[in-house]
Design a protein around this ligand. Structure first.
Ligand SMILES: CC(C)(COP(=O)(O)OP(=O)(O)OC[C@H]1O[C@@H](n2cnc3c(N)ncnc32)[C@H](O)[C@@H]1OP(=O)(O)O)[C@@H](O)C(=O)NCCC(=O)NCCS
Length: 221
């Protein structure tokens, strides 16, 4: 099943921000006002406007007909003239990079993380990784360890976001399949915590950021 991935440039640009803000609806503008920092406002407005543009194109509806609502655990879905639209999407932003994933159907999650040094890397590894993943990361030196950790982290976060039930999944127990831990770009994964579904996991990172997409496989794919 085809997934479209769109990169959104989130670097400061007053003209783009003004144009983006103008395409948001009243509820989105209220949310925009509540962000504490200009950079959080910028990330939200630019990503949401880009999401609006791509969904309007895919669905074939005018921007004014499109709105968003959130499922129980916060995952947004699209409404067209008040009706739930049958299209899958997910958004992630980190630093100057936004990513939008869109597919015709199937639960979908995307995650991006700028590869910037974190002071609390050991705590993150402890909280996010399985014992086997931890042992593999501990065998790597500083730079390689950070690179491998961000890769693992974004794959897990994409899966959590695709699943759409927030913290109900125990992230450390979602062990990423061995072939992918060893460097494969994509694989099919099954997880005991989500027995009903298989997932297509793909590393879409670049030299600037770690990123991954997770997509639910339908029985016919
Ligand atoms: C809500 C959550 C998915 C947001 O993740 P984040 O890394 O802070 O932010 P991202 O930039 O990747 O994603 C934010 C976007 O995800 C979407 N989103 C919000 N809630 C979501 C949910 N429950 N599920 C999927 N997507 C969600 C929104 O579109 C949001 O963008 P917007 O506010 O501009 O519309 C995340 O905080 C979460 O639930 N984490 C739980 C899993 C966990 O413990 N992970 C640890 C590392 S593996």
């Amino acid at each position: 099943m085809s997934i479209a991935i769109l990169h959104v440039d989130l670097r400061p640009n007053a003209d783009h921000e003004a144009e983006a803000l103008a395409s948001l609806d009243g509820e989105e503008r209220l949310r925009w006002q509540r962000f504490q920092s200009p950079s959080a406002q910028r990330r939200y407005a630019l990503c949401r406007a880009a999401l609006r543009a791509v969904l309007c194109r895919e669905i074939g509806c005018p921007n004014e007909s499109l709105a968003f609502a959130s499922a129980t655990h916060g995952k947004p879905f699209a409404l067209v003239d008040g009706q739930h639209a049958s299209i899958s999407f997910n958004v992630s932003h980190s630093g100057n990079h936004g990513l939008i994933a869109v597919a015709p159907k199937g639960r979908l999650g995307v995650d991006v993380e700028e590869r910037v040094p974190r002071r609390n890397l050991d705590n993150l590894i402890e909280g996010v990784c399985s014992p086997r993943e931890k042992a593999e990361l501990e065998s790597l030196d500083g730079g390689q360890q950070m690179y491998a950790f961000f890769r693992l982290w974004t794959i897990k976060e994409a899966l959590v976001k695709a699943h759409g039930k927030g913290l109900s999944l125990e992230v450390a127990e979602l062990e990423i399949p061995e072939e992918m831990r060893r460097g494969a770009i994509r694989c099919i994964g099954q997880f005991a915590q989500i027995p009903e579904t298989s997932w297509c996991l793909e590393d879409i990172g670049t030299k600037d950021f770690a990123a991954a997409v997770a997509h639910e496989l339908s029985p016919s794919s």
